[in-house]
Design a protein around this ligand. Structure first.
Ligand SMILES: C[S@@+](CC[C@H](N)C(=O)[O-])C[C@H]1O[C@@H](n2cnc3c(N)ncnc32)[C@H](O)[C@@H]1O
Length: 272
């Protein structure tokens, strides 16, 4: 499928079942606690996703991002989906914008931020055979007075007329067609000294990124080898310096019959 430069209007992330899976992945910890106290609802957890007792990935990765750093005034979470990482950044930054091209995901992120509760259907299958599951309303914690959710993508960042002290983009770089314009757009909304966190499981998919742009394969004229190294080299070319890196486990609910735990690379960089 040929994609345009902007991801706004891309149907993939608009589907209800898809958004429902993201809410469950972002709020796995809150749902786990709820199910412990409500064993009848627990029987719908067919993949035992909510029995995995890992610390919340979003909380962990954002703590790593700001570890030892001056707290930012203004932060951006690019590709924020339903907003757990954005509301986590809100604990460190004075103000944070969560930006995502999906109208459905931003609508849900706003609702969660306003109401401090999630509505999720546990056990619902997305395809090919619809299965209903059980609808739960679960209270969640989060800081949202200083959060704003906006529909947009890297190509519309100039509409937010600020320079960000910190930019985070989790699992987005393997969902864009060409990393060069994406990084140029990100760099334009940062100032010297701003921090950038990029995370990715390097889950390349032809539907999003043509193989010629897969990091580690010689893409962008960079060395073949580890994609982490290619990513660093690419960022050096955009004026970033390396700060620190770490791998994280990212549990994601796929469907009523599957979940995936990704090993995600996370790198922190500073604009020179
Ligand atoms: C794999 S999901 C990751 C979502 C979230 N960051 C997380 O870690 O759970 C990729 C997200 O990137 C968004 N996205 C895709 N292309 C984008 C772009 N060019 N700029 C910003 N976000 C984009 C999608 O709408 C989707 O929400």
């Amino acid at each position: 499928m040929k994609r345009s430069a902007s991801s706004i209007g891309d149907r993939t992330y608009e589907e209800d079942g898809f958004v429902n899976c993201y809410v469950q992945s972002h709020y796995q910890d809150s749902i786990r606690s709820y199910l412990r106290k409500n064993p009848r609802a627990k029987k719908n957890d067919s993949t035992r996703f909510f029995q995995i007792s890992l610390k919340n990935y979003y909380e962990e990765i954002i703590r790593f991002f700001f570890d030892g750093e001056v707290r930012p005034e203004l932060a951006l979470d690019l590709g924020c989906s339903v907003g757990r990482s954005t509301m986590t950044i809100a604990k460190y930054a004075k103000k944070v914008y969560g930006v995502d091209p999906s109208f459905a995901q931003i609508r849900v992120a706003r609702r969660i931020a306003e109401q401090k509760k999630i509505a999720v259907t546990i056990g619902q299958s997305r395809f090919p055979y619809p299965k209903k599951g059980v609808l739960l309303e679960i209270p969640v914690e989060g800081k949202s007075e200083n959060v704003e959710f906006v529909v947009g993508d890297d190509t519309t960042l100039s509409l937010i007329p600020f320079m960000f002290d910190a930019v985070c983009s989790l699992a987005v770089i393997d969902r864009v067609r060409d990393l060069r314009p994406f990084l140029r757009n990100v760099q334009k909304c940062m100032h010297p000294g701003s921090l950038l966190l990029l995370s990715t499981p390097f889950d390349w998919d032809r539907a999003y990124t043509p193989p010629k742009n897969w990091l580690g394969t010689g893409a962008y004229g960079l060395k073949k080898g580890k994609p982490e190294d290619a990513l660093k080299e690419l960022l050096y070319g955009f004026g970033f310096t390396f700060v620190r890196e770490k791998n994280f486990l990212w549990p994601t609910l796929i469907d009523s019959r599957s979940h995936v735990i990704w090993s995600v690379y996370a790198g922190v960089f500073r604009l020179q």
